[in-house]
Structures are given as structure tokens and as C-alpha cells.
Design a protein around this ligand. Structure first.
Ligand SMILES: [Zn+2]
Ligand SMILES: [Zn+2]
Ligand SMILES: [Zn+2]
Length: 292
């Protein structure tokens, strides 16, 4: 088989579920235990040649490797490369797992933008990952395709997002047959569409010829977090649904993910989950796999 198996290893926003400090029913049940467990977002890519590539380094790395190995059928004691979208918590807080206190991995290529690599190089906690050769930095450029194998490539696509520490990229992962867009974080449709000179989300997806879109669904509505969701950014799913309407023939699959702990899309039985599905779109579950 040519191509790759892509496994979705987590569906939560950076804080995960349960989120530290949350005692509400979204995270804590009546007995004081967790209501549900959801890892922060990450992808495991296994190419047909058998190489393995991880997108995002979350602190739940160990359980994510177990999810990944059960989907591709082999235990995982080696990863060939790691890709990072940006410097926010849930996307990078597992980097230390590769170091000598934990895995003690050797020579894994770390693909990231220049500003993301600089964050690691300038951090006293993280820079030993480079100086001890656990991770080998490799800077990518936005829009430039990188080969993972003969038939699989990744292209970083820059998107506007609270860029305090680093810039932010989405990734197109493609084979000769299919293209999957991984877009967990961006601030607003207005900024992203302006940046890419596009009129609406579906036109943008079609301009990239993507078949599957894993899309920022952090908040259901801007009223979440007592109205504070607005300040944090991320287009609410309600707004995205208005912009994309019902799914039509030839539209890509759009699968919402990166859910905040407060997001009702975590609940299989919520009216919000039903609404997304009734419009022909999808709600991510952990794990999901895609063959590209
Ligand atoms: Zn995030
Ligand atoms: Zn909660
Ligand atoms: Zn972020």
C-alpha cells in the first residue's frame, strides 16, 4: 500500500480533560473522579514504509504512543520525526519526555519554524534536548513541502494566532491520493481568510485541495467561559457552521477538534453534537484513523 495511516491521538484543547482546577461536571463527577479523559490534540503518522512521525508533543505522550501502536498494530519504541505547530502549552509540554529523565531518545528530527526552534534553544529547561542530541532541530519554511517518505509530504501553512512566543502553522499532510489539513489553533476567520486572501473557509479549503480538515473547534460559542472565550480567540464552532452551511457534494470532510473542557461537543448526547452531524460535518473522537 502506498500512503500512510494517520491516527488522531487526542481531541482536547491544550489544558486537556479533566482540566487542572476545574471541579465542574465537565471534568469532575459526583464521586470526585474524572468525568472523562481526553488528551490534547496530536497526530501519529505511520507511512507505508513503516516510518513514524508525530505531530505535536503533548504531556500525554506515553498514552498517545499506546493509542498509536494499537491503531497501526506494532509497539512503538522509535519515532522518526516530530512536528510542532506553535509554542503553546498543550502542543509542546511533552517535549521533555524525549530527554534523559524519561525516554532518552536519540536523533529524532524536530521540524518547526525558526521562532519555535528559538523558543526551545533559549529555554534552560528545553535546550538540553538539542545539546544532548535527543532532538535534532530542522527549520521549516511556510509553504515549503517536506518529504516524510516517497509518497508522503507535509507542508506547513502559516495562520494568525496569539503569536507571543512563536508563529503558528497548520499542516497539510498529503499522499498521491489524499490531503489532510491539521488546523488546531487560529484566532479568527477574518484574520486567517484575510491572510490567505480567501473569501470563506470552504473556498480556502478547496484552494488547498484538501479532502479532510481537522478544524479548530475549541469553543462552541463565544459565551463560553462567561464570555471570556471571545478574548482568547478561536472562531466558535457556531460561527464556523454559519460560514460553511450544510455539507454539499464535493465539500471536504470537516471534523471539529481541539475542544476546550467546557465544549458540549465532548458529549455524545448533546444537542450541539447532533447539530454538527445533522449539517453533514463531524465531531472528532479519540482515537480516529484516516488512510491517506
Ligand atoms: Zn492549542
Ligand atoms: Zn471542566
Ligand atoms: Zn495555541
Amino acid at each position: 500500500m502506498e500512503g500512510a495511516l494517520v491516527t488522531l491521538l487526542g481531541i482536547a484543547q491544550d489544558g486537556g480533560v479533566p482540566q487542572a482546577g476545574c471541579t465542574k461536571p465537565c471534568c469532575m463527577n459526583e464521586f470526585g473522579g474524572p468525568t472523562r479523559n481526553r488528551n490534547p490534540v496530536a497526530l501519529g503518522i505511520t507511512t507505508s514504509e513503516g516510518s513514524r512521525h508525530l505531530v505535536e508533543a503533548s504531556r500525554t505522550l506515553s498514552s498517545q504512543l499506546i493509542i498509536w501502536s494499537s491503531s497501526d498494530g506494532k509497539p512503538i519504541d522509535k519515532v522518526d520525526s516530530v512536528w510542532l505547530s506553535h509554542a503553546h502549552l498543550g502542543h509542546t509540554d511533552g517535549l521533555g519526555q524525549f530527554g534523559h529523565e524519561a525516554w532518552g531518545a536519540k536523533g529524532i528530527t524536530l521540524h518547526a519554524s525558526k521562532s519555535m526552534i528559538d523558543v526551545i534553544s533559549n529555554s534552560p529547561l528545553l535546550s538540553p534536548l538539542f545539546s544532548n542530541d535527543h532532538l535534532i532541530p530542522e527549520i521549516f519554511e511556510t509553504g515549503e513541502k517536506v518529504d516524510l517518505s516517497e509518497s508522503i509530504q507535509i507542508t506547513p501553512i502559516k495562520v494568525p494566532h496569539r503569536d507571543e512566543n512563536s508563529d503558528t502553522h497548520a499542516f497539510i499532510i498529503q499522499s498521491n491520493h489524499k490531503r489532510l489539513l491539521f488546523l488546531p489553533d487560529h484566532d479568527s476567520w477574518q484574520e486567517t481568510l484575510n491572510f490567505h486572501s480567501q473569501e470563506d473557509p470552504l473556498s480556502w479549503f478547496k484552494s488547498m485541495f484538501v479532502d479532510i480538515v481537522l478544524l479548530d473547534g475549541t469553543f462552541w460559542s463565544s459565551d463560553e467561559l462567561g464570555g471570556n472565550a471571545k478574548k482568547i480567540g478561536h472562531p466558535p464552532v457556531e460561527e464556523t457552521l454559519e460560514l460553511i452551511g450544510r455539507r454539499k457534494p464535493n465539500d471536504p470532510r470537516v471534523i471539529f477538534f481541539h475542544f476546550n473542557h467546557t465544549n458540549p461537543l465532548h458529549l455524545e448526547s448533546s444537542a450541539e453534537t447532533a447539530k454538527v452531524r445533522a449539517m453533514g460535518w463531524e465531531v472528532a473522537r479519540q482515537p480516529m484513523t484516516f488512510t491517506i
